[in-house]
Design a protein around this ligand. Structure first.
Ligand code: MEV
Length: 317
């Protein structure tokens, strides 16, 4: 297909979801799988998404995808001519894998090409916040930053991403609990609980911030056992925060029984996916085999030995 290409990665949050909305750090890894967009010339602005069989035009008061497209096109004040966007979505929506942010980043990269705008990947991640805000009111920005930049990063709201050096590749197994979740609904629920009992929620956010710092040191040292232990600790805090579900906890328990060094929900929770850290590729295969008996979808990905690369094995079930 001719036109200008854009790409956005999916992501897993290794530690720090939700507390990142409240200014604490998070660690996240970009996935090889994600979204591709092509922008070409057209009679009218429109966006078609496959395999969803959805086509939208930009609208300020329409369904979220139309509003998001409107927000993206508003970044190009002088553009003159319309654009047709063809978007191939290679991630499940509502799964905690950053699907909406990956679409936004891919669309904006394609539009940058079409309208001759030069941006670095991290600038693209930052401007994509306008897109992500359509889907949930107060995104921290971690999803769109990782969708644009990839690798393993530390993210702090308002400060952006710092690549994290890590000593060994990370074999990760992702499994879907079978229920889609809305990031907006889960983030709003955390906000309600924070309003009702601020000291409790702030204690949880501070505890997670300490875990993120410890996990970053473990990553740098290549100490996967210590990293896995901090992921397990993070899962306990997420349960105390009220964002886990019995289905996610069953998968977390299965992964640990099958030898995972650590396992936790990833993304907003309330459904969607969990992520397990394996010691090596053989352990990852055993964990994935176990998870696939209960999960609606699984895949294994190795986040590689440099800070800007991740490769999916692409083993969906
Ligand atoms: C969603 O992938 C991560 C959350 O922390 C929300 C956000 O950071 O915007 C739950």
């Amino acid at each position: 297909m001719s036109g200008f290409l854009g790409r956005g990665r999916g992501k897993v949050i290794l530690l720090g979801e939700h507390s990142v909305v409240y200014g604490r750090p998070a660690l996240a890894a970009g996935l090889e799988r994600g979204v591709r967009a092509t922008a070409s010339s057209a009679e009218e602005d429109a966006m078609a998404l496959t395999p969803w069989d959805v086509r939208v035009t930009p609208a300020q008061d329409d369904a979220p995808l139309g509003r998001a497209l409107f927000a993206a096109l508003s970044l190009y004040a002088e553009r003159g001519a319309p654009a047709a966007l063809d978007v191939e979505v290679g991630l499940p929506g509502g799964a905690g894998l950053g699907c909406s942010a990956a679409i936004g980043v891919a669309v904006i990269e394609a539009l940058d090409g079409r309208y001759g705008v030069a941006r670095t990947a991290s600038e693209r991640g930052a401007v994509s916040l306008a897109w992500e805000k359509v889907f949930h009111g107060s995104p921290s920005g971690v999803d769109n930053a990782v969708a644009a930049v990839g690798g393993v990063v530390r993210f702090v709201r308002g400060e952006g991403v710092t690549p994290v050096a890590f000593g060994r590749p990370l074999p990760l197994v992702v499994a879907h609990s079978g229920t889609a979740s809305s990031t907006k609904v889960v983030v709003d629920g955390v906000r309600d609980r924070w309003t009702a009992d601020r000291p409790k929620m702030e204690r949880i956010f501070d505890a997670i911030a300490g875990l993120v710092d410890a996990a970053e040191k473990a990553l740098a040292a290549g100490d996967l056992e210590a990293l896995g232990a901090r992921m397990n600790d993070n899962q306990r805090e997420l349960e105390a925060m009220g964002v886990s579900t019995p289905a996610l906890e069953a998968l977390v328990g299965d992964a640990r029984e099958a030898g995972a060094l650590g396992a936790k929900l990833t993304g907003a929770g309330g459904g969607g996916c969990m992520v397990a850290l394996a010691a090596d590729a053989a352990a990852a295969a055993r964990i994935e085999a176990r998870l696939s008996t209960r999960a609606s979808m699984t895949f294994t990905t190795t986040v590689g030995g440099s800070a800007d690369r991740s490769d999916d094995a692409g083993d969906d079930r």
